[in-house]
Design a protein around this ligand. Structure first.
Ligand code: ASP
Ligand code: MG
Length: 406
């Protein structure tokens, strides 16, 4: 008998029909003799709809109230799934994040899990219940409801699997697993049977859209075995695990892309120590993550600094930067949001020189201009024009022969 944590995303609980479908699956897992904890997202587009309602009040910046509101989405799907299971003679109970003992810090809308008090969950399991937990939420030290950031139910599920010492965390979604590229762009993209934690973490944070990057981080840290699969069929998914020397021949495992990018450039920044700190501290203070950064070579004691952020943060970043441009005596700034990032990811890259050059060659052959580059041990990312992103994903998939992957 194993303890399994299963997470069903918004598209898997989008209607009562679908909830019935996953309830059948959950019941079967329980019947096989497993203890089951289920984490659910809000039904379909519920979270977006709740955000729209809040905007209509003009108070969507009241972060405490926003979290209070958004957390209700997951409560709906949790109770509906528990009701459906009970109706199928499968004993179940739903719990909110705080009832389940999920403690967080007080950063509304982006809270981090700080602890788990699992007693209630174990009590319910011992009573023979399937425990359905509302994802994406926790309780702050002040006793307020918090949410964990968009897509945060994955993190709830992985954190629960870690703290309950579950055998496996299954993330059910509307695709069959992790692919070598977005199958909507590359028709012959292949499903990967295994990826390493490191690769998943890169793909998640590069916008592959399969899994919350914090969930991948948590899985890696606590060594949680995660399987991503389709809630609508039984085909084997992708196992995310620690894989020593995995498929050495596989240099590049996938092409990720991210359209949620914006680039800000600051011109003629005085070249002296502390300037980068001033710029990036100001962004950090308002909670904006900076991704790629380049600084041009110095001329006349001045240089240009350009960086990328999430497009959603642009509105917040521009006034902060405009103010700073004056303070640091730069000559001006510009910003664009019609850019996107394409990346190659693969654990095998570390030991294979020339991979980056192959990437640049493939883009050059298609006349795709590269605006910025960043690298890590297992990925190379290029910022390009948004209108060329699909072409770039396709040519790179071909260049690294990912369609031939077996
Ligand atoms: N419902 C939340 C969202 O849409 C959390 C989640 O789906 O994981 O972002
Ligand atoms: Mg969602």
């Amino acid at each position: 008998m194993a303890l399994l944590v299963s997470k069903f995303g918004g598209s898997s609980v989008a209607s009562i029909e679908k909830i019935k479908h996953i309830a059948t699956r959950v019941k079967a897992m329980k019947k096989d003799g497993n203890d089951i904890v289920v984490v659910v997202s809000a039904m379909g587009d519920t979270t977006d709809e709740l955000i729209a309602l809040a905007r209509a009040t003009g108070s969507e910046k009241c972060y405490r109230e926003m979290d209070m509101l958004l957390a209700t989405g997951e409560q709906q799907s949790a109770s509906l799934l528990a009701m459906t299971l009970n109706n199928m003679d499968c004993k179940a109970i739903s719990l909110t994040g705080w009832q389940a003992g999920i403690q967080s810090d007080s950063t509304y809308s982006k809270a981090k899990i700080s602890g788990m008090a699992n007693q209630r969950i174990f009590n319910e399991i011992n009573q023979g219940n399937v425990v359905v937990i509302a994802g994406f939420q926790g309780i702050s030290p002040e006793g307020d409801i918090t949410t964990l950031g968009r897509g945060g139910s994955d993190t709830t599920a992985v954190a629960l699997a870690a703290s309950l010492n579950a055998e496996k965390c299954m993330i059910f979604t509307d695709v069959d697993g992790v692919f070598t590229a977005d199958p909507r762009i590359v028709a012959d993209a292949k499903k990967l049977s295994k990826v390493s934690y490191e690769e998943m973490l890169e793909m998640a944070s590069l916008g592959a859209g399969i899994m919350h990057s914090r969930a991948a981080e948590c899985a890696m840290f606590y060594n949680v075995k995660v399987e991503v699969g389709n809630s609508f069929n039984n085909s084997p998914g992708t196992l995310i695990t620690e894989v020593a020397n995995m498929e050495k021949h596989r240099v590049v495992s996938g092409i990720a892309h991210d359209k949620n990018c914006a680039r800000i450039a600051i011109f003629d920044v005085p070249d002296k120590p502390g300037i980068a700190m001033v710029l990036f501290k100001a962004l950090a203070k308002v909670g904006i993550n900076v991704d790629m950064v380049i600084q041009s070579a110095m001329r006349d004691n001045r240089n240009d600094i350009a960086f990328t952020i999430e497009q959603d943060d642009l509105e917040k970043a521009v006034p902060v930067m405009e103010k700073l441009v004056k303070e640091i005596c730069a000559s001006g700034m510009s910003y664009v949001d019609d850019v996107a990032k394409v990346s190659i990811v693969g654990a095998g890259m570390q030991s294979n020189p020339g991979v980056a050059a192959d990437m640049f060659e493939a883009l050059a052959e298609e006349d795709i201009n590269i605006h910025m580059i960043s690298t890590s041990e297992i990925k190379v990312s290029c910022l390009i024009d948004l209108c060329e992103i699909e072409k770039a994903v396709k040519v790179l998939h071909k260049k690294f022969a990912l369609d031939k992957l077996v």
